[in-house]
Design a protein around this ligand. Sequence first.
Ligand code: UTP
Length: 463
Amino acid sequence: EISTRDWSSDVCSSDLWDRLDEPAQRAFAAHLEAVNWPLLAEMQRLVAGDAHVSASALDLADAVTPRCLRLGDQSNPIPPAAAVRRGGEALAAGTVGAILVAGGQGTRLGCQGPKGLCSVGPVSKASLFEVLFGKLVAVRRRYGRDVPLAIMTSSATDADTRRFLDEHACCGLAPERVFVFRQDDLPALDAADGRLLLDGPGHLAVAPDGHGGMLVALSQSGGLDWFGAQGVEHVVSFQVDNPLAMPLAAEFLGYHLLAAAEFSTQVIRKVDPAERVGVVVASRGRHGVAEYSDLPAPLAAERLPDGRLRFHAGSIAVHAFTKAFLDRVAARDDALPLHRAFKVVPCLDAAGNRVVPAAPNAIKFERFIFDLMPLADRVCVVEIDASAGFAPLKNPAGSAGDAPEHVHAAVVNHARRLLAKAGVRVAEGVDVELAADRIIDETDIKALLPAGTVLESPVVVGG
Ligand code: UTP
């Protein structure tokens, strides 16, 4: 039976209902019944209110950049060699799992389907999925144990991601060690009055609930228990758009473990106030991430006496958590606040015509993983070189930054640097790539190519 609830005050147009035939009315009613109405009420309050409301909101006025360990830095309080050893032990013991968040719509890039399908291999043309899954294969090769991988998809990416995994035999990962789970959608609301929008007859305009949707979705899908059943005690998380991501670097894991941190995170040195990365800050004994859009320009530009930016720990969304921490925060229903984003959302107007507004017309809501940081009792921040671990694909070709050509150059440059460390020279202007499933660092290259080798033409080393 079709619900008798009066939807007309919540949905943007009234007589559109009558234009639907009965099966369509039933489908629409079911769609509406599935909306989380108490949450919708909270979202509607946010349309009118602050940009986002967080119980753990950080006070930036007295915030500082926390002490960061640096990858490979002998002056770290924890020696790098000890960290490499400890991280390697955890990988060899099979106590580390991984979460790849791959539910984003990739609107800036304008890709059709999951961003993970985009090609990023300068020579191999391998996709982001192939490169990132390959890294787990390389870890298994070196340490002898699988890293259980949970992949978060969304309504926008689920079917294509599952098809890709089937067609590519999980890129060499053991299928029983791969767990695909889907995050929720949230409705987009009319920015003017907070009402629901329709993106078609009988269909609400919705969008994935942000990478922070990972927490609830992982727990409700049984993913946390799945990790537990495999003996996972620590979980790394990383994003699908960064082919250089190194969430399983033994040294990073070693710092996380030896610092007995609940939450560890990788950062890059922010040198220009205009760089569009959030920053890790510490305030009153808690750590958190301030988004670049939340950092007032004068604070973003402030410098320390030694010339560094006051807020220089740029967040790259590569984290490690204890499984116990994830279990603890997943049990709370207030762990992650909602953030608002003012966006263009195509929708039906009052007459039922589909319009693509010229200016942002809607509020989309998202939760962010990094908002878990203030809930952690011990946080470890590890600075890495951006050139070694961060090349996100965000924008279409021809953009000023984070476009395919920048990613391509970053992947080639990273390969050239590791090859040089292994004593291998690459001729000027030649594209080279390292096979993700074989090469973690220069030791793997040394096992394949004698020092003094010169590469004269494009090649995938280890491929
Ligand atoms: P971004 O915030 O860059 O979003 O995602 P996006 O969808 O890739 O691109 P735009 O903003 O629409 O242009 C950073 C990471 O978080 C994941 C993405 O897949 C990417 O790995 N993500 C984002 C999710 O898993 N779910 C979401 O709802 C949003």
